[in-house]
Design a protein around this ligand. Structure first.
Ligand code: AMP
Ligand code: MN
Ligand code: MN
Ligand code: MN
Length: 280
């Protein structure tokens, strides 16, 4: 049987993506995606438009969100929530709280960047984000490229915005327990996003996965736009060992600014249970 082209992780202009929700859905369809989830950072505002567009076009669609959490020693981890109810009050209130920290964090980032010779970054990032509650490092990166400091967004992260660089500030996002309470409590499926991107030791990683599982977490992104073949093999092994459902998501943000385009990942390795088998 031909594997389903599912893409269960991407971003629209409602967070730090470059395409409006409806345009993202059209692009996914044109790329051959058969099942799509929109997973903006800490925000459900794009889901209704995307879902309606997918319905019109006859494409299967899952409501989602990518929740930012802090875990362990100031590690930021992202949890993708799939099949949530976008009207769930606990989820909406939880996400509102997570977003409420972004504006002050952006102010602190701008102050650090100013010391590093990048001026006007708060106003510049806000112009890209459109809303203070949604300002992310991606918006800072776009402003810094626009100012001619470096040629692309990736170089901005390498020089200023990655952990340990001059524009990086620590920030307390949601706790893993809170995020899972909002997601699982509302009937959604929680998935660990892009597991290869965290700077964790093997022991810490295992600790994260067991804690996640104990709190009701069920899935892991075996395929993510940023994951290499050996990482795909490693997280396939982890999925089997922990009994996790396997997810597949591009983490697409926009043309020219992403690891991979919508739906353009390889198929899931054999023998894993796809998370979409549990999504109706
Ligand atoms: P924030 O939630 O404000 O910490 O921003 C995180 C976002 O920055 C991620 O969702 C990505 O869109 C983007 N990002 C993080 N690291 C990189 C990187 N190395 N290259 C390009 N974009 C990145
Ligand atoms: Mn992002
Ligand atoms: Mn992420
Ligand atoms: Mn993402």
């Amino acid at each position: 049987m031909k594997p389903l082209n599912a893409d269960l992780h991407c971003h629209s202009t409602v967070s730090d993506g470059l395409l409006a929700p409806a345009d993202l859905v059209r692009r996914a369809l044109a790329n051959g995606v058969e099942l799509l989830a929109l997973t903006d950072h800490d925000e459900l505002g794009g889901v209704a438009e995307a879902h309606a567009t997918a319905d019109e076009l006859g494409m299967r669609f899952v409501d989602g969100v990518e929740v930012s959490i802090s875990w362990g020693d100031d590690q930021t981890v992202h949890i993708v929530a799939l099949g949530i109810d976008p009207a769930n009050p606990a989820l909406l209130e939880g996400l509102r709280q997570v977003r409420s920290g972004r504006d002050a964090r952006a102010g602190r980032m701008a102050a650090e960047l100013d010391k590093a010779g990048i001026h006007g970054a708060y106003e510049g990032a806000l112009r890209h984000a459109g809303n203070p509650a949604l300002i992310s490092r991606s918006h800072f990166a776009r402003y810094i490229v626009e100012q001619g400091h470096v040629k692309d967004v990736k170089s901005v992260f390498d020089n200023w915005l990655a952990k340990g660089k001059p524009g990086y500030v620590e920030h307390a996002w949601a706790t893993l327990a809170d995020a899972l309470r909002w997601i699982v409590g509302g009937g959604g499926i929680a998935v660990i996003a892009h597991p290869a991107r965290y700077r964790l030791s093997h022991a810490q990683r295992r600790e994260l996965f067991s804690e996640f599982k104990d709190l009701g977490g069920r899935g892991i992104e075996v395929l993510s736009g940023s994951q290499k073949d050996d990482e795909v093999r490693e997280f396939s092994r982890i999925a089997r060992e922990f009994g996790f459902l396997a997810s597949r998501g591009s983490d697409f943000h926009g043309p020219g600014e992403s690891w991979i385009d919508l739906g353009r990942m390889p198929d899931l390795p054999e023998g894993l249970t796809p998370v979409w088998s549990q999504l109706v």
